[in-house]
Design a protein around this ligand. Structure first.
Ligand SMILES: [Zn+2]
Length: 361
């Protein structure tokens, strides 16, 4: 693989970090390392969301740009007498993407490699082979021969289990394959928006945030937004790419590489019309590509942010991504860079007067 540039190195560090909901420390440390030089102040809320504050105008409106630190994964619940690990899924998993995948168990004595196992098809009846194998029948094999041995290696109930995958730049170097794009790409966007604003005037206070516990119900965004009390909220996350075989335009319209997705509607929020119109206007003005989308079967942290205190005009902006909630997801670098550009330009225009004006549209 070619040598990674500065941006790719950050993306690799962010996606390599291990952090299921409630266990975001490593991801938080990586995000902190990259964002702190662009922030005036770093803090966390009581659940561990990272909040990087950058002041443009002390008296201006507060703008929250939030990705989430957590990724979907598993948790050790029990170790059986033969040393096999029973587990709980944490975040949404589809059984078909789990079998025979490599995982890392993070223990107090260090990382342990495992693989998600099942009975082999050779012993299944012809009928059973046609059905998806159920998650409750899967286990994690770490090569231990007894419960005592597994515990000797440091494995304990409650330990997080994280998908393992090598960050990979594809032959088309714009295409990036990694675990945890959901939602370290959102964290990267928050970092780069602050970076872009470093030497720019902006008539507001910007908060680049990495929320915890999104994958279990948009939880960290609630407490982080309560702490910040923003005037405007952006949830940045992955969205669905509709450009793979078999998927129809009716199911998902977006294509990788064709710009940030402006989410009109999802299960957690109706996008704020005034804010949406402003964002689209900026994209048109600057010829930044964008696509509209709706995700009736999912939500983003904006769903929690917009219900904070008296209500916060909010919008979800997402990156069309293939194979989310699996070990290997793919996205397009141009979409990431255009999202950073779009949000940066919008923030430069969000003075008090503009925020007041769009709030009631
Ligand atoms: Zn997700």
């Amino acid at each position: 693989m070619a040598k990674l540039d500065e941006t790719l190195t950050m993306l690799k560090d962010l996606t390599d970090a291990k952090g299921i909901p409630g266990n975001e420390k490593e991801a938080r440390e990586v995000m902190k390392k990259y964002i702190e030089s662009y922030a005036d102040e770093i803090s966390t809320d009581g659940l561990g969301s990272l909040i990087a504050k950058k002041v443009g105008n002390e008296d201006g409106p507060k703008i929250m740009v939030a990705g989430h630190l957590d990724e979907v994964g598993f948790m050790v619940t029990q170790i059986d007498n033969k040393g096999f690990i029973r587990f709980q899924t944490v975040g949404g998993w589809w059984s078909q993407v789990m079998l025979a995948q490599r995982v890392t168990i993070v223990t107090k004595k260090g990382d342990i490699t495992g693989v998600i196992g099942s009975k082999p098809p050779h012993v299944l009846s012809p009928e059973a082979r046609k059905k998806p194998y159920e998650i409750k029948d899967m286990f994690i094999d770490i090569g231990a021969s007894s419960k005592e041995e597994a515990m000797e290696w440091g494995v304990l109930p409650g330990d997080m289990v994280v998908p393992y995958f090598e960050f990979t730049v594809m032959n088309n170097e714009k295409m990036l394959l990694a675990k945890a794009w959901d939602n370290r790409i959102g964290c990267a966007i928050a970092i780069d928006v602050l970076k872009n604003l470093k030497n720019e005037e902006h008539p507001n206070i910007v908060y680049g945030v990495g929320n915890v516990q999104e994958e279990v119900g948009l939880r960290g965004a609630k407490t982080a937004a309560m702490k910040i009390q923003p005037d405007i909220g952006f949830g940045v996350d992955v969205g669905i790419a509709g450009d793979t075989p078999g998927i129809t335009e009716k199911e998902a319209l977006s294509k990788m590489g064709e710009g940030p997705q402006i989410i009109l509607y999802d299960a957690s929020m109706v996008s704020h019309k005034g804010l949406r119109d402003l964002v689209v206007g900026v994209a048109e003005e600057l010829n930044i590509p964008y696509q509209f989308d709706a995700i009736p079967g999912g939500g983003t942290d904006a769903g929690s942010i917009h219900l904070t205190a008296n209500g916060v005009p909010s919008l979800a902006i997402t990156i069309a991504t293939r194979y989310i909630h699996s070990h290997a997801a793919m996205l397009h670098r141009d979409d990431y860079e255009n999202t950073v550009k779009l949000i940066t330009e919008v923030i430069k225009r969000l003075d008090r007067e503009t925020v007041d004006k769009i709030t009631f549209e």
